[in-house]
Design a protein around this ligand. Structure first.
Ligand SMILES: Nc1ncnc2c1ncn2[C@@H]1O[C@H](COP(=O)(O)OP(=O)(O)O)[C@@H](O)[C@H]1O
Ligand SMILES: [Mg+2]
Length: 240
């Protein structure tokens, strides 16, 4: 699904250059759930911006679903972004004047999907995150956790290949964070590919792989044999 080879990103190459990513080699298979950890300034957001086709690398190769991204122009990147990627942000990035429902419909408007289909898919995704009862509210009338549920519904409406989340629980209390992580966990179990940045080991524990960044380098990877989350009813094991 994702393949990066020798990716480098240098900001301000002319004056005062910042080498934000150095020789990143990364492979993420379809259906995987990866967490990115590392101190502030280690390049996590830079990596997410490149993965999400919001920015391009200074050098190196990036393939997304078999398509070479690294040499694309910004128009092509915008098309890929809308079709293949669902974003979830720390600050939710919902439009304040629109209802939750209209926020969720917006990416489909850009994709030129007709009204009936937009409504059908929006309701489907809003139901998926348990927000049908509040879908006519505006973001200011919702809690942080409810806003993030709506933002996740919005990320799902164009059935993206991959969901990218940059500190999605950064503004939420612990209990709400775990609810949001259970939604990501169930999306992962449905076969979606998820890459999520977090500072918190408790949040990274939901992922199958944890990638550690330091000073722009991928320095370590830990595989999680028993990711946290909704317990599997067949095993009947621990609950969160
Ligand atoms: N647009 C930019 N211009 C210049 N430097 C930047 C820019 N964005 C990030 N940086 C620098 O690149 C490095 C990595 O930043 P970032 O990817 O945001 O790290 P993280 O998300 O891990 O905190 C930092 O030194 C940061 O100051
Ligand atoms: Mg960051």
């Amino acid at each position: 699904m994702i393949k990066m080879e020798q990716i480098n990103k240098i900001y301000r190459p002319q004056s005062n250059p910042v080498h934000a990513l150095q020789d990143i080699n990364l492979h993420i298979a379809a259906g995987d759930f990866a967490a990115i950890m590392g101190p502030s300034g280690s390049g996590k957001s830079t990596l997410m911006n490149i993965l999400g086709c919001l920015d391009t690398p200074s050098s190196g190769q990036y393939w997304l679903g078999g398509v070479q991204i690294s040499s694309m122009n910004s128009d092509d990147l915008a098309v890929i972004r809308n079709k293949k990627i669902g974003f979830v942000f720390q600050n939710f990035n919902l439009l304040p004047r629109m209802t939750a429902l209209h926020n969720v419909e917006l990416p489909m408007l850009y994709a030129g999907i007709d009204k009936e289909e937009r409504n059908r898919r929006a309701l489907d995704c809003i139901s998926r995150v348990g927000m049908l009862e509040r879908m006519h509210h505006r973001p200011s009338e919702l809690s942080g956790g409810q806003c993030q549920r709506i933002a996740i519904a919005r990320a799902l409406v164009n059935t993206p290949d991959i969901i990218l989340a940059d500190e999605p629980t950064g503004n939420l209390d612990t209990a709400t964070s775990l609810e949001i992580m259970n939604i990501f966990q169930s999306l992962h179990r449905e076969g979606r590919t998820i890459v999520l940045v977090t500072h918190e080991p408790d949040i990274a524990a939901y992922a199958r792989r944890v990638l550690h960044f330091r000073d722009g380098r991928l320095v370590d990877e830990v595989i999680n044999p028993h990711p946290a989350g909704i317990s599997d009813p067949v095993e009947g094991g621990e609950t969160e």
